[in-house]
Design a protein around this ligand. Structure first.
Ligand code: TRP
Length: 334
């Protein structure tokens, strides 16, 4: 193949409720811009979602919402492939073959598995354990070169690399070995209530996280209540995690650097600062939300997009899976 073909990008996001500001900053905001440079596939990973217990009706709704929100951020279905993971059966099929090439010890070392099994002691199921294998299948099916993810997913992408290499060594060159794309700037947005912990939508305190679909007044209120410190000066410092986190958010939303932010709020105190941070988030999310509502209100159009995405993804995934089945020695009958 000519090496003038664009490199390929794959990423996935779980349809578990609405995306947080953390999901946006760490991952999703990069997805639309990547379309200019790469061939992109973006998937709403519903198979991954059921590793924790889901209410079926809520999962179904959250899946539509996730797809609509991705489209609203500017993912263009004529350029990129956007699809629902369960619509492409090859993900589960390749995951099995890869599971047979992934070690128990490797999966036991995954920090997300360790965290989630602490959080869901009553439901430490096999899917939770093999979650990274399914993720490897997602990526390897499309021979993705790059995988844009939040910092918390780096370990899983590294496992995908190891599994790809192991398979290639055992069965001859088959998979592209993928690399993570992690944005350095603000790779991690912290809780507004406990700025030593990651912002998470499973936080029991709703003020700890901002959702992309929160109403403007809700966003403003959450920022007004954000935990800071008693110094009263807007500057980045290790012992000022709350203010530093707000500076990160403000910097990303406005494109301003730390020096400019410190200057802007010199002598102004935290009240004005928090208000400005909240407003900067509202300014970014409001147009996305308007578009999101429009897309979600036209289900037939949304379903057409997802159907087309699934068909295009299936064609690619089918080719890879066919090769894999042949290489491992499964009988092929034409
Ligand atoms: N595990 C990822 C997360 O929770 C979601 C995901 C599933 C993913 N499959 C993927 C991300 C493939 C990148 C590539 O954020």
């Amino acid at each position: 193949m000519a090496d003038t073909t664009a490199k390929r990008v794959f990423s996935g996001i779980q349809p578990s409720g609405t995306f947080t500001l953390g999901n946006y900053v760490g991952a999703v905001r990069h997805w639309a811009p990547l379309q200019q440079q790469y061939d992109c596939l973006y998937s709403v990973v519903d198979l991954h979602a059921i590793t924790v217990r889901q209410e079926p009706a809520l999962l179904r709704r959250a899946t539509y919402e996730a797809a609509a929100l991705l489209l609203a951020t500017g993912i263009n279905p004529d350029k990129s492939i956007i699809f629902i993971q369960s619509h492409v059966p090859q993900h589960a099929e390749l995951a099995w073959v890869l599971a047979c090439n992934t070690m128990f010890g490797e999966l036991s070392r995954m920090t997300q598995f360790k965290d989630k099994s602490k959080k869901h002691v009553e439901n430490i199921n096999g899917g939770l354990f093999t979650y990274p294998v399914l993720m490897a299948a997602d990526i390897l099916l499309y021979n993705a070169d790059y995988v844009p993810v939040g910092a918390d997913q780096k370990q899983h992408v590294e496992l995908s690399r190891d599994v790809a290499q192991r398979f290639n060594n055992a069965y001859s060159d088959t998979f592209v070995v993928p690399a993570p794309l992690i944005s350095e700037q603000g790779a991690k947005v912290l809780s507004l209530q406990d700025p030593t912990a990651k912002m998470s939508k499973s936080d029991s305190n709703e003020n700890a996280y901002v959702s992309m679909t929160d109403a403007p007044e809700v966003i403003m209120r959450k920022f007004k209540r954000a935990v800071t410190d008693s110094e009263g000066t807007v500057r980045r410092a290790e012992d000022k995690p709350g203010v530093s986190n707000l500076m990160t958010i403000y910097g990303i939303m406005t494109g301003k650097d730390d020096a400019a932010i410190e200057k802007e709020f010199a002598g102004l105190g935290y009240g004005a600062f928090k208000e400005a941070v909240g407003q900067s988030v509202v300014d970014v999310f409001s147009p996305i939300n308007a578009e999101y509502t429009r897309i979600l209100n036209d289900k037939p159009a949304l379903e057409r997009i997802l159907k087309q995405g699934a068909e295009r993804a299936q064609a690619m995934a089918g080719r890879t899976l066919g090769k894999v089945y042949k290489k491992v020695g499964f009988v092929q009958i034409k």
